[in-house]
Write a protein that binds this ligand. Structure first.
Ligand code: FMN
Length: 374
């Protein structure tokens, strides 16, 4: 098994809520892989703040609204999906399970939600799309411009139904856990969209090999003109991921973005970047209904999805819990996580007096004292 200890495969039945999956996955993964998944940049201030910020959002439930028959389905990027949730782009799923992105695609299809495949996927996009379900492709913009548009065409030809441009990675944030571990891809795991071996596979350089590869491969100086060109040259619905400032959201919407992901990359880029939970209402106000607004960074269950909706988002991206679920036996583990997420969201919606995700957007929230004061 690439990168994992085969003797320790957790039983998915032990996962009783989405939050359980982190600790279980920790038992299955080698320490350096667990660190790569869980870690943030520098002092991990934003990583911790993301959770604290979500925990500080209190929802004002409504009552006597016949919320017995709760539905979690909605539409993202103009297509039906079973929950207001898409799988976030996450590099190298084969680090946590040998079936990698193929297992993720099967679980996402079974759950009826879109799966965003990273430029740094460990399985080629064509093979992932062949598993069925809605697949979005996430673009890290290669330094070679021709290669960028070739990747975009490749995603279109493969049958992807959305393109996600990540804009918060001019280079990788300094992830000290990976630096200390001199983290590199183990044998058998590689960047499937790159020909041959990459710097990400070269261990022992005193640095994170993944950061070295990112710095070599991707364009650090993107501009709004690049986004405009991508919009012109790409036929797919376009998502811009990694926005926190309302002005940036407004500009992206003005250039034709179909959705914005309010995100601080799970606390892995600028440490000290504001938790997206604190910006989502301002971003919504800036773009109104011109584009969809998605939120990620810290989503760990159905209550967090409700919080995001109540703050004005159309939906969320599920990040680390995806890889933690996959670490618990591949597709079966992720199936369990996604089923629990749906159940938790259904509960949260009903208990808040809402029959649909759309109704949750009408709820009021109160920003309370953070953890411990409840
Ligand atoms: C292990 C890992 C790999 C990631 N790889 C990518 C990637 O390839 N492309 C990208 O746009 N974001 C990537 N992200 C960021 C996620 O898409 C998402 O923004 C983040 O995980 C949200 O935070 P959360 O996991 O705490 O919910 C990665 C995050 C993690 C944890």
């Amino acid at each position: 098994m690439a990168g994992t200890s085969p003797e320790l495969v957790p039983d998915p039945a032990e996962i009783r809520c989405v939050r359980d999956v982190e600790a279980l996955a920790g038992q299955a993964l080698p320490a350096s892989v667990a660190d790569f998944v869980a870690g943030g940049s520098d002092a991990e201030t934003s990583l911790a703040a993301n959770r604290a910020a979500l925990d500080s959002v209190f929802v004002e439930p409504r009552v006597l609204r016949a919320a017995g028959d709760v539905r979690t389905d909605t539409r993202l990027l103009g297509r039906d999906c079973a929950q207001p949730v898409a799988i976030a782009p996450l590099a190298y799923h084969r680090l946590v399970h040998p079936d990698g992105e193929l297992a993720t695609a099967r679980a996402a299809r079974a759950a009826g939600i879109p799966f965003t495949v990273s430029t740094l996927s460990s399985v080629p996009i064509e093979d992932v799309v062949a598993e069925g379900g809605d697949v979005w492709f996430q673009l890290y913009w290669p330094r070679d411009r021709a290669a960028t548009f070739e990747l975009v065409r490749r995603a279109e030809r493969a049958g992807c139904v959305g393109l996600v441009l990540t804009v918060d990675v001019p280079w990788m944030g300094r992830r000290l856990r990976d630096v200390r571990n001199e983290f590199a891809l183990p044998a058998g795991v590689g960047a499937a969209h790159f020909a041959g071996a990459t710097a990400a596979e070269v261990a022992g350089s005193g640095a994170s090999a993944l950061a070295t590869h990112t710095a070599q491969a991707f364009e650090p100086a993107l501009t709004w003109d690049d986004l405009a060109e991508l919009r012109r040259r790409c036929e797919l619905p376009l998502v811009v991921k990694g926005i926190l400032a309302p002005e940036d959201a407004e500009r992206a919407a003005g250039l034709g973005a179909d959705a914005i992901v309010v995100s601080n990359h799970g606390g892995r880029q600028l440490d000290g970047a504001v938790p997206p939970v604190h910006r989502v209402a301002a971003v919504r106000a800036a773009v109104a209904e011109r584009c969809q607004v998605l939120l990620d960074s810290g989503i760990r269950g159905g209550l967090d999805v409700l919080r995001a909706l109540a703050l004005g988002a159309d939906g969320v991206l599920l990040g680390r819990p995806t890889l933690w679920g996959l670490a618990c036996g591949g597709q079966a583990g992720l199936d369990r996580v996604l089923a629990l997420l749906a159940q938790e969201l259904r509960d949260a919606l009903g208990l808040a007096g809402c029959r649909t995700p759309g109704e949750a957007r009408q709820l009021r929230t109160v920003l309370g004292a953070e953890r411990g004061d409840r």
